[in-house]
Design a protein around this ligand. Sequence first.
Ligand code: SIN
Length: 193
Amino acid sequence: MSTNTVATNQQMDYFDGHERIWVFGYGSLIYKADFPFIERRPAHIRHWTRRFWQGSHDHRGTADAPGRVVTLIPEYDAVCTGMAYLIVPQVLSHLDIREKNGYLRVVTDMHLHDGSVAEGLVYIATEDNAAFLGPATEADIARQIAASTGPSGPNRDYLVRLAEALRELRADDAHVYAIERHLQELLQQERAA
Ligand code: SIN
């Protein structure tokens, strides 16, 4: 099922009047910055953990065969590494459309890796959104990803590019790397068949 969060996000007025806003990316926003930004910096946020628990009907899958993309799940003391972008507020309308399948703007502190802390936004798909798929084993998640494709391309590319970007950031993320390993095994089996 899909959902559309654009209208809700556009009502969010927390940063009204600000000339610049920090946005934290933890999924495709790390490796695919298809929007103008003033600067970007590696960063982390606390008490959230990255999980491939959100369905993708519009980018990496279809309504009948959703793919899986990442969202953030609350977890005390967890650290989620990603990329912080400093943008002008006009860019939010592009991000709202890109993240429309269930993601809501949430205010968060982000710890920039130069040691400073900035308040900004992160797009999170919470478990009450219609596209939320929830937990599955990492092997099953890899199988679903291997089988899914959508308008933005194969779901496997999303996973592989995210894992590569996380390695570049030296991020500790056992969940993403385990799913990537399962995917590589599946691809080897495909090639051998
Ligand atoms: C993000 O990257 O911050 C949100 C999830 C996604 O678009 O992959």
